[in-house]
Design a binder for this molecule. Structure first.
Ligand SMILES: *Cc1c(COP(=O)(O)O)cnc(C)c1O
Length: 433
C-alpha cells in the first residue's frame, strides 16, 4: 500500500454517493482547503465554485470555526439529548429562533437535510392525528413537481419521481404533486387545493429555488398567494430551506422574500458553515402544543443517537458569528454583482453563446446549454467538470444545467477566473475563437 496514491486506495475500498463506479472519473484527493480553494496531493489549487455540494459558506478550514470546534470537543463532545441538555444546543436555538422567517418557538435537532425533512413530515402528520377526533385525519401530503427534499424514504416520497427515486418507486408513499405557481396557473392551483383541502395535511416546498431539480427559480408574488390559500385551508406549510438558508438567496432565508410564512422550517447545509452535519426543524407554538398531553401516545417519538451534537452546535454558533460580520455581507454583495454582470455577458447577443434560461437568485446563477435535452442524465455538460479541473476550477453541472454557488468568501479575482473559464469554454463550444 505504501506506494499507492490516495486515489488508487480510494478506488479499492470506497463507494461514492451519486457515482456510477464503472468508468468513473478518478476522485481528486484533497489534502486541505483554505477560503474558496481546495488543494490536491500535488498542491494544485481548485476554486470550489459550488461550495462543496452547497454546504460551505465561509470558506474551507475556517480558523474561527475550527477553534470553536476544538474548544467544544475538549469540553463536551456529546451527550444523550433525552433527559439532558447543554449550552451549545440551547444557545443555538435561542439565536436561531429570532432570525427565522416566521413565529417559530421550538427547535428540534437532527443530523442532516434529509432527517430535518423526515422530522418535519412526521411532525405535520402527527399534528393532525393528535388534534383530530376523526379516526382518519387528513392524510395526503402535497409537494411541487421537480422537488428534491433528500434521499431517505419520506424525503424521497415528497420529491420528484425521477432518476433519483426510480428504483424505489413501489416503496414510496403517495403524494399529490402540483406545479410551481405563476401568474397564469395560480387560480387553477387554488381551485385544485380547495377541492382537496379536507384531505391534505401538509405542503412541503423549496422556497423560490428548486435546487437539485435543476436550479429552477420561481416568483414570490404567486407563491405568497398559494401559501396564504393553503394555510387558510388548514394545511401546514413546510419550508425546506436546507439549501436556501443562511444568505444563499441574498437574504438570510429565501422565505424572507415572501410575506407568507411557513409553519415548519427545515435547515442544514450552511447551518454549520458547511463544517459539520447538523439538521434543524423548527415549528410554531401551535404545532408544539398539539403534542402536549397526559396521553403518552401523543409524544413525538423521534430522535437520533447524535441529536443536538454539541460540537456540531458549536460549529453552527461560530458560523452565525461569521454570518453577522460585515465581511460576510460584503462577500454576498460581491457575488450578487459579479453574477449580475456575468449574466449580462452570457446573454449578450453579439457573443451568440449556446446557452438559454440564464437566471440568478442571490449567490446562485444558472443556465442550460442550448444543445441537447434537459435532465440529470444529459451528458452535454459532462466534459465541463473535467475541463474545469484542468483550469483549477471545480464545477459540477446538474445534467445540462450549469450553475455557480460559491462560498461567500470567494475573492473578486477568483470569481473572474471562474467567469472567464466558462466564457472561453462556451465560446469553444460554438467553434468560435
Ligand atoms: C440537499 C438537500 C436536502 C437533503 O439534505 P442532505 O443533508 O443531503 O440529506 C434536502 N432538501 C434540500 C432542498 C436540499 O438541497
Amino acid at each position: 500500500m505504501i506506494n499507492m496514491g490516495l486515489t488508487e486506495r480510494d478506488q479499492r475500498v470506497i463507494w461514492h454517493p451519486y457515482t456510477q463506479h464503472q468508468n468513473m472519473m478518478p476522485p481528486v484527493a484533497v489534502l486541505r482547503g483554505e477560503g474558496a480553494l481546495l488543494f490536491d496531493e500535488n498542491n494544485r489549487a481548485y476554486i470550489d465554485s459550488i461550495s462543496s455540494w452547497w454546504v460551505n459558506i465561509h470558506g474551507h478550514a475556517h480558523p474561527y470555526i475550527a477553534q470553536k470546534i476544538y474548544e467544544q470537543a475538549k469540553c463536551l463532545e456529546h451527550v444523550i439529548f433525552t433527559g439532558f441538555t447543554h449550552e451549545p444546543a440551547v444557545r443555538l436555538a435561542e439565536r436561531l429562533l429570532p432570525i427565522l422567517p416566521g413565529p417559530f418557538s421550538r427547535v428540534f435537532y437532527s443530523d442532516n437535510g434529509s432527517t430535518a425533512v423526515e422530522v418535519a413530515i412526521k411532525m405535520a402528520i402527527q399534528y393532525h392525528r393528535n388534534l383530530s377526533r376523526d379516526p382518519h385525519p387528513p392524510s395526503t401530503l402535497l409537494a411541487f413537481r421537480n422537488a428534491y427534499h433528500g434521499d431517505t424514504f419520506g424525503a424521497m416520497s415528497v420529491s420528484e419521481r425521477g432518476t433519483f427515486t426510480a428504483a424505489f418507486r413501489d416503496y414510496l408513499f403517495d403524494v399529490q404533486f402540483i406545479d410551481t405557481p405563476n401568474a397564469s396557473n395560480i387560480s387553477e392551483l387554488k381551485n385544485f387545493i380547495s377541492s382537496r383541502a379536507g384531505n391534505i395535511s401538509a405542503f412541503i416546498y423549496e422556497p423560490l429555488l428548486q435546487a437539485a431539480g435543476g436550479m429552477h427559480m420561481y416568483q414570490p408574488g404567486p407563491m405568497n398567494d398559494l401559501l396564504a390559500h393553503l394555510q387558510s385551508n388548514g394545511i401546514l406549510c413546510i419550508a425546506d430551506e436546507v439549501m436556501t438558508g443562511f444568505g444563499r438567496t441574498g437574504k438570510t432565508f429565501a422565505s424572507s422574500w415572501l410575506s407568507a410564512q411557513p409553519d415548519i422550517i427545515c435547515l442544514s447545509k450552511g447551518l454549520t458553515g458547511g463544517t459539520m452535519a447538523l439538521g434543524v426543524t423548527a415549528c410554531t407554538p401551535q404545532i408544539f402544543d398539539a403534542f402536549l398531553s397526559e396521553d403518552k401516545t401523543r409524544t413525538f417519538f423521534h430522535g437520533h443517537s447524535f441529536t443536538a451534537n454539541p460540537i456540531a452546535c458549536a460549529a453552527a454558533l461560530a458560523s452565525l458569528d461569521l454570518l453577522e460580520q460585515a465581511d460576510c455581507a460584503a462577500g454576498i454583495d460581491r457575488i450578487l454583482d459579479g453574477h449580475g454582470k456575468f449574466a449580462r455577458t452570457l446573454s449578450a447577443p453579439s457573443l451568440k453563446l449556446p446557452v438559454k434560461n440564464i437566471r440568478q437568485l442571490g449567490t446562485v446563477i444558472a443556465f442550460e446549454l442550448e444543445a441537447g435535452a434537459d435532465g440529470y442524465l444529459n451528458q452535454a455538460a459532462h466534459s465541463l467538470t473535467r475541463d474545469a479541473l484542468e483550469s483549477g476550477i471545480y464545477i459540477r453541472p446538474l445534467g445540462n444545467t450549469i450553475y455557480l454557488m460559491p462560498p461567500y468568501c470567494i475573492t473578486g479575482q477568483q470569481l473572474e477566473q471562474v467567469y472567464d473559464f466558462l466564457l472561453t469554454w462556451l465560446q469553444q463550444k460554438t467553434g468560435k475563437p
